[in-house]
Structures are given as C-alpha cells and as structure tokens.
Design a binder for this molecule. Sequence first.
Ligand code: FA5
Length: 369
Amino acid sequence: MDPNPISTGKILSPLDAATPEQVAARFGELRKQFDQDTAGATDENGWKSLRDAWLGRKSGVLTQVTDTWLKPSKPELKRAVGQSLNELKAHIEAALESRRVAIEAAAEQSVLAREREDLSLPGVARPLGSRHPLRQTFEEIERIFLSLGYSVVSGPEMETPYYNFEALHIPEHHPARDNMDTFYMAAPQGASPLLLRTHTSPMQVRTMEKQQPPVRIIVPGKVYRRDNPDATHGFMFHQIEGLAVDTDITFCDFKGTVEYFVREFLGPKIKTRLRPSYFPFTEPSVEVDATCVFCGGKGCNVCKQSGWIELFGAGMVDPAVYGFVNYDAKRYSGFAFGLGVERLTQLKYNINDLQLYFQNDVRFLRQFA
Ligand code: FA5
C-alpha cells in the first residue's frame, strides 16, 4: 500500500470556500487515512516510510496541508485550519511513537523466540582439565600448615652461594656440597657467581634476615640438582621448606608438628619415627620415616621389608645459622624441615615413576581429576 494519500490525489484538493464543518470533516478524513496507513506499518522500514510520508519536510502530508490548506485559507478560516492541523500533528506524532515502541518490542520478541534454547537437547560435554597431582600436593600441604598458623613465602630460584650454602653453615669444600651437585650460571668476570638453588633452605636465611621471631613459614618452590633422571630423581624437582623459630620451641613441638602433618597428609593410621641424620644447618638432624603406605608396616618390596619409608629431612635449627642472621641463639630456638614434593606425591598416590609428572600424558593426569 502506498502510505501517502496525497500521491493518489484523493484527499488533498484545495479548501476553497469550505465551511469550518467541512474543514473539520476534511481533517477527519486525513486522520482516518493516517490511522489506516499506520496499521500497515508493521516493521522498521514500513514505519520509516509512514513517518516520511506524513511528516517529511519537503512533501509530507502535513507540509502539503500547510501549503495547500493553511497558507491560502481565508482569514476567518485560518484559525480553525491551524488548530485542526496542530491536533492532527499531535495525533500523528503520538501514534508514530507508540508504533515505534511496539515494532521494537515485536522485533525483540522475535529475536528471543529465534534464540530460545531447546533445553531438551543433549548437552555437549566439554573436555575438562584437572589440577596437576603436584599442584594438589602443594595445596594440601599449604592447607595443613596454614591451619597451624604458618604463612607461605617464596624466594628466588637463582641464588648466591652465600644463601644456598655458606649462611646455612655449609662452607666451601664441605662434603655436604657433593650431595647437591649444583648448576652454576656463567658470571661475567669479577661478578659474584650465581647458581640454581639446590634446595629451598636459602629462604630460611632470607626470611630470618628480614624478620625477627616469631617466624612460622613454609616455602614451596622449584629446586635444581645435577642428578640423573630416574624413577625417584629429577634434575628439577619441588620442595617445601618449613621453618618455625620462637622463644621456647622444643624438640617436642617439632615432633608434634611433624606427626600432625604426616597424619593429616597420609591418613590417621600412619605412624612416624625419627631417625638420626645429618644436615649442616640443623642439630640434631633427623630423617622422618612413616609406616609404609603400601603394606601398612608389614614389610613389602617398596619398603624393602622394613615396614618404614623415608619421608623427609628435618631438625632443630643449628645455632650457627642464627649467627648469620643476628638472632640471639640463647633466646631463640626452632626447627626446620624440607619436604620433597614429588616423593610425597608418589607415596600418597602410589606413583612408581617420578618422570610421569613431567610428560604431560593426559592418561596419567586424568587419574587425578
Ligand atoms: C635437603 O634438601 C634439605 N634442605 C632438607 C632440610 C631442610 C633438612 C630443613 C633439614 C632442615 P635433601 O637433599 O635430603 O635435603 O632433599 C630433601 C628431599 O628432596 C628428599 O627427601 C627428597 O624427597 C627430595 N629430593 C632430593 N633429591 C631429589 C631429586 N633429584 N629428585 C626428586 N626429589 C629429590
């Protein structure tokens, strides 16, 4: 339908000598025509042509009414024509606006209807990743020590020999350095050499240098040694260092903490024992053993029939270390431990080869989802 009635020439003929009643009737016809046109405007384009046909400045109906009826009308009719024109204009504007709102709402409804999800369709299963077993062990150990009031700190993987060895009471040529075959970094001439830390223990010294007791920290992180990779060794692996220093910390506190940790981590049935050992920075030093998780202590191939499995090294902080960090060794005491994260995870999940952690084989990783 052509929405512009003027183009048909049906309605707009000059008013000539019309009476006010005839004027009103002519405007009534126009209004009727507009209402008919409006009913036909059902989408945005239809609405635009309706608007242009009636309100367009150059040749819209209202412009033509102004030119053909209002301007040439006799003075006694002008008032009536002007008033009717204003009323018609107000009617058209209001009707156009409500039409626009209705068209927009209908368009939105049809988009919504088109995009409606069919909830009865079967879903698409997305492949889900899982947290790496080592990450799970980190999180579990952090949870246990956070609950005991420890905080988690981290430190540099590139270290100086001072923090990695000397300040831990491991002077040059000390045999303990042989156990930790070290990666050294090439250093420019005259510069002090750097190394990849062989354990997380340097963070004991770095923390105590900065902070007076009480200290309760754990330090998760990567460490590096020139070890040949095999089922229990990597050249890069992870440790979690623990350190607690305060007045009156005794060996009993140490033992209680270790037992609590092992039970929380490996289960309530697991027992621990302490075996004398040696670390230059702890005195006395111990190896913490747990009842074999595979045979429950009866004896099997994994524990070499002993019923016990070695867990980690630990001990009371050697007072010599306090000398490097200006702690008063008479006033303060404490304990430290160094957990091997790969080995603890192997025990917990019965993993027989440490290399599996780093091969990114989803068949292995999926088991820990
Ligand atoms: C240490 O590194 C001491 N810093 C631990 C310590 C801290 C003792 C605080 C006392 C007080 P050790 O060299 O034994 O100790 O290493 C600790 C743990 O790291 C071992 O028990 C083992 O679980 C793990 N580990 C050692 N070498 C490797 C390796 N090449 N690959 C994987 N894990 C290893």
